[in-house]
Design a protein around this ligand. Structure first.
Ligand code: PR8
Length: 485
């Protein structure tokens, strides 16, 4: 039986309204909390984040990262030790201290603490205590927590928040080469999770003027968004010995003598990944959750005809029992709603698969499966139910990913001139621009196109044989330029 092509014009034409609406109706998040940049994660949004968190942590731990938890506060003194780091973050730090009550002696006030905007300066003094010998290396730790940034750019639910739920990984190595090897593994782990979610993204090496504060260089995952603004969902930074020198993380080398450790840090933004899932896979009805993270994977809707209610409900129970052990399944037996209202209700909550059971299905010993992503409907004999559900859910995962990748390549355009680039940015495109490799040309692109230079490809080597779009000299590679959240 046929289906329909999912309609998704809303998110491309009116992204903000569409997104805000979806967050509430699908019970993902509520943005009305009265402190700017802080939101409430509702049951479905938090469920998805939890699933993603567990998968990411599993992969990190398989790779030898130790789970730890560090304090949420640091002294200003520690935070200020790495010069570039503090320069990059100082404008975004929340300070905390004892609430001053009337009449209290001001002289007794302690120096304010800072709320972690990221944890390098909290973890690394401890690393210095733990690492003394080459046998203590590598050290790899991770934690899922929230960090706090007093963002000055416009805040936006999930995309740019001031309380940021993330996972951060931090590693220390004996040599620069070992750190480089680990960097590739970290990129691989992030790629795996994003790929399993069917999110389509570019893996870019950021230009030097946009690297993480205190890093040698930064790799970023930029996911596409329907409005054309890219969404940086994760980053991996090579810190070199910049932090180990100021925090004194020194060790006895195997070959004798002392050395500073080589470090990496990487962060995976859970709220932005959730935003990417919603924005890339969703349609006019709402979100479509990839089955492995969906709060409800299968919903069963009975279609009770007059006089045959007991028969249909009994059969629906049987279907429920068959699926219950293997899936997150919901049997919707509400009596005050029609089947049609129930379809709409669960579609808007992103449930990837619906099972319909009516009197005819009871007679045939079958059920009807309906895919949320394509609307495709088909009848399945009950004895093949479990394997068909598995097959269809897998196919939904695959097809969401494929569709998202297709959109990414549609969004990227090759531009030959600055005027064409500026126009394309206005149309919500990601521009690919031939570049000579000089920083001043990259900076000039930012101004001419009115967008951000996101960097060049890290996953593949892209050689340009065209002239640099800015200065006309021989191009070396391509830069990706886009607006960003
Ligand atoms: C680091 N240190 O800090 P990063 N709203 C939502 N997500 C955000 C926001 C925000 N305001 N700011 C950042 N993120 C390094 C690596 C330890 C971990 C998310 O790196 O500053 C983004 O997905 O690049 C970003 O890629 C990630 O946190 C890491 O932040």
């Amino acid at each position: 039986m046929g289906g329909f092509i999912a309609r998704e014009s809303e998110k491309f034409e009116r992204f903000s309204e569409w997104f805000d609406n979806v967050l509430l109706t699908a019970r993902i998040a509520d943005n009305r909390y009265p402190v700017k940049g802080f939101i409430v994660y509702l049951e479905n949004g938090w469920f998805v984040i939890e699933r993603v968190r567990r998968r990411l942590e599993e992969l990190l731990e398989e790779d030898g990262h130790l789970p730890m938890y560090y304090p949420i506060v640091a002294t200003l003194e520690n935070f200020s030790r790495e010069a570039e780091h503090i320069k990059g973050f100082m404008g975004e730090v929340f300070a905390v201290g004892k609430l001053r009550l009337g009449g209290e002696d001001e002289a007794q006030q302690e120096a304010p603490l800072i709320l972690r905007p990221t944890s390098e300066t909290i973890m690394y003094p401890m690393f210095a205590l733990w690492i003394t010998n080459h046998s203590d290396l590598p050290l790899k730790v991770h934690q899922s927590c929230a960090v706090y940034r007093y963002e000055t750019k416009a805040t936006r639910a999930l995309y740019r928040v001031r309380e940021i739920p993330w996972n951060e990984g931090h590693t220390a190595h004996a040599t620069g080469e070992e750190a480089e090897e680990q960097l590739k593994k970290a990129v691989e782990i992030y790629r795996k999770v994003l790929d399993e979610l069917g999110i389509a993204y570019l893996t870019l090496r950021r230009p030097d003027f946009d690297k993480f504060a205190g890093a040698e260089y930064s790799i970023a995952f930029d996911a596409w968004n329907p409005d054309g603004k890219v969404n940086q969902v994760a980053t991996v930074h090579n810190l070199g010995t910049n932090f180990s020198r100021v925090f004194g993380i020194e060790f006895e080398k195997r070959e004798g003598g002392k050395g500073y450790v080589w470090q990496l840090c990487y962060g995976f933004g859970y709220s932005r990944v959730l935003a990417a899932i919603i924005a890339q896979h969703g349609d006019d009805l709402g979100p479509i959750f990839p089955p492995w993270v969906a709060p409800i994977q299968v919903v069963i809707v009975p279609i009770p005809y007059k006089g045959r209610e007991a028969e249909v409900y009994g059969y629906a129970e049987r279907v429920y029992e068959l699926l219950r052990g293997g899936y997150r399944v919901k049997l919707d037996e509400r009596e005050d709603m029609t089947p049609g209202e129930k379809y709409y209700y669960w579609e808007r909550r992103g449930v990837p698969l619906r099972v319909e059971v009516g009197p005819r299905d009871v007679e045939k010993n079958a059920v009807v499966l309906v895919r949320r992503d394509t609307g495709e409907k088909f009848s399945v004999p009950i004895e093949r139910l479990r394997e068909e559900v598995a097959r269809v859910l897998e196919d939904i995962t695959r097809s969401l990913a494929e569709r998202a990748r297709g959109k990414l390549s549609e969004q990227i355009v090759d531009v030959k001139s600055l005027e064409e680039g500026a126009r394309s940015i206005e149309e919500g495109k990601i521009c690919r621009v031939s570049w000579c490799g000089r920083e001043e040309c990259a900076l000039s692109l930012r101004n001419s196109l009115g967008a951000e230079v996101r960097g060049y490809r890290y996953d593949i080597e892209e050689r340009s044989d065209k002239p640099c779009t800015v200065c006309g000299s021989q191009g070396r590679t391509y830069l990706y330029v886009a607006r960003a959240f």
